[in-house]
Design a protein around this ligand. Structure first.
Ligand SMILES: Nc1ncnc2c1ncn2[C@@H]1O[C@H](COP(=O)(O)OP(=O)(O)O)[C@@H](O)[C@H]1O
Ligand SMILES: [Mg+2]
Length: 246
């Protein structure tokens, strides 16, 4: 189904992305911006070109996941190099974190930095500025459907299944590029058919990625921990993806 999408007004400007309406009510244009934030906005900057890099990386990954059986919101390219057309979804306010190796807030809690998990480990946070994005467990998610919008255990199992499968697919994808996927975060939404699909973005802003050969960090930790040139790290990721596609 080919459609002519026309970008309309700005609906939402988030921490790193802008959301626009289109001429079709069931479709949105999602634009990656050059904004970068860490520590819940305590640290912020502009990385010129990051929006284009993230959009290209995320779009390639969403296409790859879709081809491998994960339903996603991705439709097609948008009106500029930093944007894509997506299915409009009612967002489920959970950040679903998938860990292949221990890092970040996990090792702050339990140590074990670098431990490889035998299968993808899934954690959730409840996405709420008011309550500071608290960690939430499965029982609590199911006990407060009026907040989490998860109707039953089947839906939560489906989210777990998609996330773990994404973890395995994405690990393989990056391994073939000489990159280790440490962990990542995803969001889901409900489209008009009631189906739950993978939404938002999967980019170096939302993944931990390490060059297998050199140990070089290629993701947002470059910014969080002042470890080097953010644009350079993200460009390396896109360069390898583009080379593989050829
Ligand atoms: N398919 C979709 N339909 C509706 N909203 C979406 C979709 N995909 C992502 N979003 C939302 O768009 C916004 C993107 O902006 P972003 O800067 O990532 O926000 P945040 O500040 O929450 O990280 C987020 O609120 C995200 O939940
Ligand atoms: Mg976001």
């Amino acid at each position: 189904m080919e459609r002519d999408f026309i970008r309309q007004g700005l609906i939402h400007s988030g921490k790193a992305n802008n959301v626009y309406a289109t001429n079709y009510p069931d479709y949105l244009e999602l634009e990656s911006s050059d904004r970068i934030l860490a520590g819940n906005g305590a640290k912020r900057d502009i990385i010129l070109g990051k929006g284009v890099l993230n959009n290209k990386i995320s779009s390639t990954i969403f296409k790859y996941l879709e081809e491998n059986g994960i339903p996603t919101h991705f439709v097609c390219e948008g009106s500029n190099e930093a944007s894509k057309i997506v299915r409009a979804a009612q967002m489920i306010p959970l950040e679903v974190i998938c860990r292949l190796y221990a890092a970040g807030s996990f090792s702050k809690r339990y140590g074990l930095e670098g431990k490889k998990f035998s299968e993808p480990l899934i954690e959730y946070t409840y996405k709420s500025d008011l309550y500071g994005d608290p960690i939430i467990d499965r029982k609590t998610i199911l006990a407060i459907p009026e907040k989490t919008l998860i109707k039953n255990e089947r839906e939560l199992n489906l989210i777990d299944y998609y996330t773990a499968r994404t973890g395995l697919l994405l690990s393989k994808f990056y391994y073939e590029l000489g990159i280790k996927l440490v962990d990542f975060k995803v969001e889901y939404g409900r489209i008009s058919s009631d189906q739950i699909v993978l939404c938002d973005e999967i980019s170096p802003d939302t993944c931990r990625l390490i060059d297998i050969e050199t140990g070089e960090i290629l993701d947002k930790d470059l910014f969080r921990k002042d470890l080097g040139d953010v644009g350079k790290g993200y460009s390396k990721v896109l360069r390898r993806i583009t080379k593989k596609e050829k």
